[in-house]
Design a protein around this ligand. Structure first.
Ligand code: FAD
Ligand code: NAI
Length: 507
C-alpha cells in the first residue's frame, strides 16, 4: 500500500511539473524579453535557409555579436522526421511547423528576416540576389543583400535523375505542401475507386499506391499508408479494402541500406505481414500519368521491363543539388571536382571561397545528409561564431590596455596582470577544435506500431526492432520537436487519431 501511495504521489508530482512546464513555456513564448537593435558597426552575418542546419545555428548564436539577416522562402522550421505522418493525417501539418519569427523574437538582439529565395550568390562582390516568389507581389520583388559572412543552409532538392515523367506525375515528400498533396490524392484515389459502377481494373489501378525509393523516406511513408488503410479507410469503406495495395520499388538489392542486416530483414518480413510488396533490384526508367515502367534484374542476371499501373505515385529517391549551389560551385575553381554539393573543410568553410560556410544537405563534409548531421553542424558554427566575436573583443581590449601601458608607464603591474589574464582567455577561446560529428543512431517507423533502431551505444551499436522500439521512436521524436508547443500539438494529434481515427475528408 505504501508503494502504491508513493507511486500515486510521483505520478501527481510529474503531472503537476509537466503541466507547470507547459504553462511556463507558453507564457514565456508569448511574453519574450525586450530585444535590442544590433550595432550597425558589427559585421553582417547572412544565413540562408530555415531548415535543420540554419535554425540550429540560430538557436545557439549570440545575435548581439553580429547584424544577423536570415533569408528563406519558408518562414518556418519544419520537423521533417514526422512529415510522413502528415501524409495520412496522423499528425496535422501545423504541429510540426515552428514560425521562424517566433524563434527570432526570442534572440537577444533583433534579427532581420526576409521571406525570399536566394537566386544567386556573387562571392566576388559578397552580395546575394534575392527574389520574393510568394503569390503576393509588392513593387520590389528582387533586390541584393550584402554580407560580411555567409552561411548557406539551403538543403537539397528531390533527385529525379532526369527520368521522364517523374516531375509531371509523381508526388515528392520533402515539404509540407508535398504531404498535403499526398493526403488529398490518397483520398481522391479512394473516392474515385468507390465511384458508382467504377470499372474493375480501374479500381485496382486507383488503389495501387506505388512508392519509389526504399530509403527511410519511402519505407516510413509506405508504413504510414498501410496503417491509414488498415486502421481507418478499411472501416469506413470496407467494400474496396481487399483491392488496396502498396508497392515499394527499390533499385538496390535491399531497402534501408544504411541499417544493419538484421533490421533490413526485420523490415522486409514486417512489410510482408503488412502486405506491402517490396520489389528490389527494380529501377524505374519512365513514368506516365497512370503507369511506372521499370527494369528488373532477374535472379539469373538478365534484365526485363515491367509496367506497373498506379493511382498514387510517391517519388522518394533521395537528394539532388539545388541550382543556387550548382551556380556557386561553377564560380569557384576549387569546387570543380565536387558533385554532391559544396565541398567544405573541417571548419565547414566552403573550399575556395572567403567568409562562406555551408551546413546540412547542401554541404559535402563526409557525412550522410541527415537532420542529425545538419543540426550538429549548425550548433558547431554557432560556437565558432560566438568564439570569433569573443576573440575580436578580447583582442581589441588587449590592444587598448597595451597602448595604456605605453601611455602610463607608472601603473604597469595591474594592467600587465589584466593583459595576462585576457591573453589566457584568448588562448582558450581561440582553441576551437574542428567539427566532429557524433552519430547517435538511426531510427525509422515501419508501420503497424513497429520501428527499427540502430543506436550508438558505448562505442558499439545496438540494433532493435518492434513495438518497444516504436515507443522509443515516439518518445525520441517527441522530445526532439522544436518547441513545447510542437510537443503538445503532436501528442494531442496522436491521441486524437487514436480516439477518433484519422480525418478522411478531402481538402
Ligand atoms: P532543410 O532542412 O531542407 O532546410 C533547407 C532550408 O533552405 C529550407 O528552409 C528551405 O526553404 C531553404 N531554401 C531552399 N532554397 C533556398 C534558397 N534558394 N534561398 C534561401 N533559402 C532556401 N533526418 C534525420 O536525421 N532523421 C530523420 O528522421 C529524418 N526524417 C526525414 C523525413 C523526411 C520525409 C525527409 C524528407 C527527410 C528526413 N530527414 C531525416 C533528413 C533531414 O530532413 C535533412 O537531412 C535535413 O532537413 C537537412 O537540413 P538542412 O538544413 O540542410 O536543409
Ligand atoms: P535515400 O537516398 O536514402 O534513398 C533513396 C533510394 O532510392 C535509394 O535506396 C536508391 O537506390 C533508390 N532509387 C534511386 N533511384 C531509383 C529508381 N530509379 N528506381 C528505384 N529506386 C531508386 O533517400 P531518402 O529516403 O529520401 O533519404 C534522404 C536522406 O534523408 C538520407 O540521408 C536519409 O538517411 C535521411 N532520412 C532519414 C530518415 C530517418 O532517419 N528516419 C527518414 C527520412 C530520410
Amino acid at each position: 500500500r505504501t508503494t502504491f501511495k508513493w507511486l500515486w504521489r510521483a505520478t501527481y508530482l510529474s503531472l503537476f511539473l509537466g503541466v507547470g512546464a507547459v504553462i511556463y513555456n507558453g507564457y514565456s513564448d508569448r511574453h519574450p524579453e525586450e530585444q535590442f537593435a544590433p550595432d550597425p558597426e558589427k559585421k553582417t552575418l547572412v544565413i540562408l535557409g530555415t531548415g535543420w542546419g540554419s535554425v540550429s545555428l540560430l538557436k545557439k548564436l549570440d545575435t548581439a555579436n553580429y547584424n544577423v539577416v536570415v533569408i528563406s522562402p519558408r518562414n518556418y522550421f519544419l520537423f521533417t522526421p514526422l512529415l510522413p505522418s502528415c501524409t495520412t493525417g496522423n499528425i496535422e501539418h501545423r504541429s510540426i511547423m515552428e514560425p521562424v519569427r517566433q524563434i527570432l523574437r526570442h534572440k537577444k538582439a533583433a534579427v532581420k528576416f526576409y521571406e525570399a529565395e536566394a537566386t544567386k550568390i556573387d562571392y566576388e562582390r559578397k552580395v546575394i540576389k534575392i527574389s520574393d516568389n510568394s503569390d503576393i507581389k509588392g513593387t520590389i520583388n528582387e533586390t541584393e543583400v550584402p554580407y560580411d559572412m555567409l552561411v548557406i543552409g539551403v538543403g537539397a532538392e528531390n533527385a529525379t535523375f532526369g527520368i521522364p515523367g517523374v516531375r509531371e506525375n509523381s508526388c515528392f515528400l520533402k515539404e509540407i505542401r508535398d504531404a498535403q498533396a499526398i493526403r488529398t490524392k490518397i483520398m481522391d484515389c479512394v473516392e474515385t475507386a468507390a465511384f458508382k459502377d467504377q470499372d474493375s481494373s480501374e479500381i485496382d489501378r486507383l488503389l495501387h499506391m506505388v512508392v519509389v525509393g526504399g530509403g527511410p523516406t519511402g519505407v516510413e511513408f509506405a508504413g504510414e499508408l498501410r496503417d491509414f488503410f488498415d486502421e481507418d479507410i478499411k472501416k469506413l469503406i470496407p467494400e474496396i479494402s481487399p483491392r488496396f495495395k502498396v508497392t515499394l520499388i527499390e533499385a538496390l538489392p535491399t531497402v534501408l541500406p544504411m541499417f544493419s542486416k538484421q533490421l533490413i530483414d526485420y523490415t522486409e518480413s514486417t512489410f510482408k505481414e503488412e502486405h506491402i510488396e517490396i520489389k528490389t533490384k527494380t529501377m524505374v526508367k519512365k513514368v506516365t500519368d497512370k503507369t511506372v515502367e521499370a527494369q528488373v534484374t532477374n535472379p539469373d542476371g538478365s534484365k526485363s521491363m515491367i509496367t506497373i499501373p498506379y493511382g498514387l505515385l510517391v517519388w522518394a529517391t533521395g537528394n539532388a543539388v539545388r541550382p543556387l549551389i550548382k551556380d556557386l560551385m561553377s564560380q569557384i575553381p576549387a569546387q570543380k571536382e565536387s558533385r554532391r554539393g559544396l565541398a567544405v573543410n573541417e571548419y565547414l568553410v566552403v573550399q575556395g571561397a572567403r567568409d562562406i560556410w555551408a551546413v546540412g544537405d547542401c554541404a559535402v563534409a563526409g557525412y550522410a545528409p541527415t537532420a542529425q548531421v545538419a543540426a550538429q553542424e549548425g550548433g558547431f558554427l554557432a560556437r565558432l561564431f560566438n568564439n570569433m566575436a569573443k576573440t575580436e573583443a578580447l583582442e581589441s581590449r588587449i590592444k587598448e590596455l597595451s597602448s595604456n601601458l605605453n601611455l602610463k608607464p607608472g601603473n604597469t603591474a595591474e594592467i600587465t596582470a589584466e593583459i595576462e589574464g585576457l591573453e589566457k582567455q584568448l588562448r582558450r577561446v581561440q582553441d576551437v577544435k574542428p567539427f566532429n560529428y557524433s552519430h547517435q543512431g538511426s531510427l525509422a517507423y515501419i508501420g503497424s506500431e513497429k520501428a527499427v533502431a540502430d543506436i550508438a551505444w558505448l562505442n558499439g551499436n545496438v540494433a532493435s526492432g518492434g513495438k518497444l522500439t516504436y515507443l522509443f521512436w515516439r518518445s525520441a521524436y517527441l522530445s526532439m520537436c522544436f518547441s513545447t508547443r510542437n510537443r503538445v500539438l503532436v501528442a494531442l494529434d496522436w491521441i486524437k487519431a487514436k480516439l477518433y481515427g484519422r480525418d478522411v475528408s478531402r481538402e
